[in-house]
Design a protein around this ligand. Structure first.
Ligand SMILES: NC(=O)c1ccc[n+]([C@@H]2O[C@H](COP(=O)([O-])OP(=O)(O)OC[C@H]3O[C@@H](n4cnc5c(N)ncnc54)[C@H](OP(=O)(O)O)[C@@H]3O)[C@@H](O)[C@H]2O)c1
Length: 376
């Protein structure tokens, strides 16, 4: 893979050498928000014109389906894609993705054809075969990553790293606790924590193959894995104190909400930070007032989009470079995944997208689903 990519970069290093003009261009679009299975459809689009001086034309290689993508299509997420009057007032779905630069405008100098890039602009419309974006809207992917590592590197791994770094002052050997630990973010938290010599207590939903899931998370570096039912047992607080040798847990990461998160917060020590970044159970989070008064708990929210908005391009590049180093060092693996290749008529592709969304958002599937448009 690495050699192939290196060769491609060498061969394509002259600008305008390759064109998308003869490749079919298709995107997953919607004209009004709602249930994805009802509002989404695939549509053939006209070929992209050559890029303006500050723009790039991209061939999209892989686009993940993340939970937030579904919320955006449903109309219940704060970020919204721009409406496309040029395509008949539709939105193109998709936020995250890996693309190859095919053509660059005359004043573009940070990337060349053949480079891999990920989006730094939110809601770029990555569920498409081709994209036209501004030079500042992408970040060049460091060499040496697999396609899936690169396609899934700009949302979940940086969320994990920023949450571990930005809220509590942690030292090697400290414990953190998190729920939704088998999510893509949760698995990144486990691996990055292990790379930083932090220990993790990981909470997951029970299931028939729970021992398999516990072994899988342990193999990623999880220190302990408990189900929410085990968390609710009276003896758990004592077990946790034994594990931590009485050392206070300073950071809790919450992607679930509801009662299980209230219980998890009870494991935190004095002056700890609870960081909420998801609400998978759709249940509100309720915390005893006593945690704030007597334990000086601080409760925060984290949103990667806000981080990207409030940091410079060089900060973003540095964050991704740090994650890429961990990936290349074998410390941060791509999530388990399934690639769904989209091919056939618009109707067939629409159906394939609906099925892929069903897999990607059904929970328990355990795999990140990524879309790839076949080059037909
Ligand atoms: N704030 C941010 O910047 C940010 C960034 C990235 C992600 N997120 C959020 O983080 C969450 C995880 O994202 P992801 O891409 O890592 O997701 P993912 O890989 O698709 O995993 C989803 C996770 O949610 C769990 N889950 C689903 N329904 C649940 C329920 N009713 N109760 C408890 N757990 C439930 C699943 O557990 P099972 O295996 O048991 O089904 C699984 O662990 C999402 O809410 C996403 O929007 C936020």
């Amino acid at each position: 893979m690495f050699l192939r990519r290196h060769l491609r970069v060498t061969l394509l290093s002259t600008r305008h050498i390759s064109s998308l003009a003869n490749s079919p261009h298709r995107a997953v679009v919607y004209s009004s928000t709602g249930n994805p299975s009802q509002v989404l459809s695939a549509r053939a689009l006209p070929p992209l014109p050559p890029p303006s001086p500050t723009h790039l034309n991209l061939r999209v290689l892989l686009s993940p389906i993340n939970p937030a993508d579904i919320n955006v299509i449903e109309g219940v997420y704060p970020s919204k894609p721009s409406i496309r009057p040029d395509l008949g007032n539709v939105f193109i779905a998709g936020n995250e993705g890996l693309a190859e630069v095919v053509d660059v405008g005359d004043s573009v100098n940070s990337v060349v054809p053949g480079d891999w890039v990920v989006m730094s602009k939110p809601q770029a419309g990555t569920w498409a075969s081709q994209l036209s974006v501004g030079e500042g809207d992408v970040i060049k992917v460091p060499q040496g990553l697999s396609e899936v590592q690169a396609a899934t590197m700009s949302v979940n791994p940086p969320t994990a790293l920023c949450m571990l770094r930005d809220f509590a002052s942690l030292s090697p050997g400290d414990y953190i606790v998190q729920n939704g630990a088998n999510s893509a973010v949760g698995q990144a938290v486990i691996q990055i924590s292990a790379a930083l010599s932090l220990k993790t207590i990981n909470l997951v939903r029970d299931r028939p193959d729970i021992s398999e899931l516990k072994s899988k998370l342990s193999s990623l570096g999880a220190t302990h894995v408990l189900t929410y039912d085990e968390l609710a047992e009276k003896s758990t607080k004592t077990r946790v104190k034994e594990w931590t040798s009485g050392r206070s847990i300073k950071l809790g990461l919450n992607c679930v909400g509801g009662r299980d998160t209230t219980l998890m917060t009870g494991l935190l020590g004095h002056d700890a930070h609870l960081v909420s970044y998801g609400a998978m159970s759709k249940s509100p989070l309720s915390l005893p007032t006593s945690y704030f008064i007597f334990k000086n708990l601080t409760s925060h929210g984290f949103w990667m989009s806000r981080w990207y908005d409030s940091h410079s391009k060089s900060d973003r590049e540095q964050l991704l470079a740090e994650l890429a180093d961990m990936m290349i060092a074998g410390k941060l693996h791509a999530p388990e995944h399934e690639i769904v290749t989209l091919r056939g008529s618009d109707e067939q592709v629409s159906e394939q997208v609906r099925e892929a969304i069903g897999k990607g958002s059904a929970g328990r599937h355990g795999k990140k689903v990524l879309l790839r448009f076949a080059e037909e």
